[in-house]
Design a protein around this ligand. Sequence first.
Ligand SMILES: Cc1cc2nc3c(=O)[nH]c(=O)nc-3n(C[C@H](O)[C@H](O)[C@H](O)COP(=O)(O)OP(=O)(O)OC[C@H]3O[C@@H](n4cnc5c(N)ncnc54)[C@H](O)[C@@H]3O)c2cc1C
Ligand SMILES: NC(=O)c1ccc[n+]([C@@H]2O[C@H](COP(=O)([O-])OP(=O)(O)OC[C@H]3O[C@@H](n4cnc5c(N)ncnc54)[C@H](O)[C@@H]3O)[C@@H](O)[C@H]2O)c1
Length: 449
Amino acid sequence: MFTQNYDYDVLYIGSGHGTFDGAIPLAAKGVKIAVVEAERIGGTCPNWGCNAKIILDNPVALKRHMEDVHGIVNGSVTIDWPANMAHKEEIIDGLPQAIEGMMTSNKIDVLFARAKLVDAHTVDVNGELKTADKIVISTGLRSNHLTIPGTEFAHDSRDFLALETMPKHITIIGGGYIALEFATMANEFGAQVNLLLHGDQALRAFPQAYVEQILADLAQRGVNIKRNVEITALEQSSDEVIVHTAADGEFTTDWVLDATGRIPNVENIGLEAVGVDYNQNGIVVDEYLRTSVPNIYASGDIIDKKIPKLTPTAVFESTYLMHTFAGDTTDPINYPVIPTVVFTSPRIAQVGVSLDYALANPDKYTVQKHDMKSDWFRQVGKPKFGEGALIYNQAGQLVGATELSEDAAEVINTLLPAIEFKFTAEQLERLVYLFPSIGFSAHALIKKP
Ligand SMILES: Cc1cc2nc3c(=O)[nH]c(=O)nc-3n(C[C@H](O)[C@H](O)[C@H](O)COP(=O)(O)OP(=O)(O)OC[C@H]3O[C@@H](n4cnc5c(N)ncnc54)[C@H](O)[C@@H]3O)c2cc1C
Ligand SMILES: NC(=O)c1ccc[n+]([C@@H]2O[C@H](COP(=O)([O-])OP(=O)(O)OC[C@H]3O[C@@H](n4cnc5c(N)ncnc54)[C@H](O)[C@@H]3O)[C@@H](O)[C@H]2O)c1
């Protein structure tokens, strides 16, 4: 399976989900592995991404729920940002050590360094040359920084997730996941928020009818949303930042979040020297996740791919590589349908064929819409708004689903197997869900003829 005359069978560069979900079980099978990490073990998701974000977001949903049941549950509730931040630190602080422990207990060598490829089998680790039969590049993404004068006065998502106090006035540049999720939190935690969209839409990959409801709700809560704004410069003036725009003049703010996307970590890792092809979207791979150098692979966000760059896709890829390296499979990677969710409040989640695409192609798809009021159980929590849609192909198979609601992620998770495995009506009928529950309600939607 592996050539014996190297220090390691597999050396991974980066220690995020693109690495550890596969590397740990692979090491447990006796494969000799090294993981080289430049910063914190676990990478973005536990330290500066999903985990950190969802802990800070938790009180937001609670406050929204209290609004919905006002009249039943009365009195005002305040939420404390510094306490929330301390709670977040308490939870995520131990994660790198826990992940490192799982690696070392499986005999993985964890090496702290900024790794650089020297040749197809050799990596420079703090000046020491380590050799490996196979190398996996899993260096992930980093925040984009606008190329404008004064860009150094803007912060990124990591800075936001470490804010000790919530600034009074925050300006968020961008209309993607991070911009919308962080605008939701900052607004609920008492900041006055400017949300500046580059174009006239936000979250372009999500159903625009739902996105507009989220934007309208944020606007009603006091978020100042401006569309088609071009930021030309940032300037520091005592404690404030002056934001200059192309057509909307200038204004001052306390804190600027640059949420204009994330870019691949392809620089200074020796890709050119070794001949690994890459472009502005990441490292180019074939259907076996092999780069242009056959014994060098890529995994996770660093891959140039069309599917969303998310934790579950990184997990799927590192697990696939584990099976390939262990000799369990010689098949190409076969991605399932990949669900996505934006953690606004309410959430927007979707999977499979998108609602906007289905509506634009009525000859190919049938769209079945539903609102929260169509199911009594959804009304228990008295949500003010929310709706969903199921998308069927011409053969009557469920091929897509989307929802705008606090429970959207769970609804889409419930529907996922039916879409991925193309369950028949007979199979769907055999699934018995707990009652009353969101899962039961979601299942009831697809059981209908
Ligand atoms: C704010 C935020 C919120 C997010 N929320 C969600 C969410 O809710 N759900 C979801 O599914 N996804 C979310 N994501 C995306 C998710 O975090 C990523 O898809 C996931 O972490 C990708 O894992 P990865 O291993 O490919 O990359 P990473 O986790 O980024 O790991 C790459 C690692 O490589 C290391 N590295 C880079 N260069 C070198 C080098 N030369 N030598 C050694 N090490 C190196 C880095 O230090 C890093 O630790 C979020 C991302 C952000 C930024
Ligand atoms: N819930 C989740 O799963 C979740 C949450 C956060 C982040 N993520 C992941 O993190 C990554 C990055 O998220 P993101 O929100 O930074 O990126 P994004 O690609 O979702 O959004 C980037 C936004 O920046 C805007 N933009 C680009 N150039 C601009 C410019 N010059 N001026 C103003 N605006 C500009 C774009 O129009 C877009 O709205 C994605 O891969 C995403 O999958 C996922």
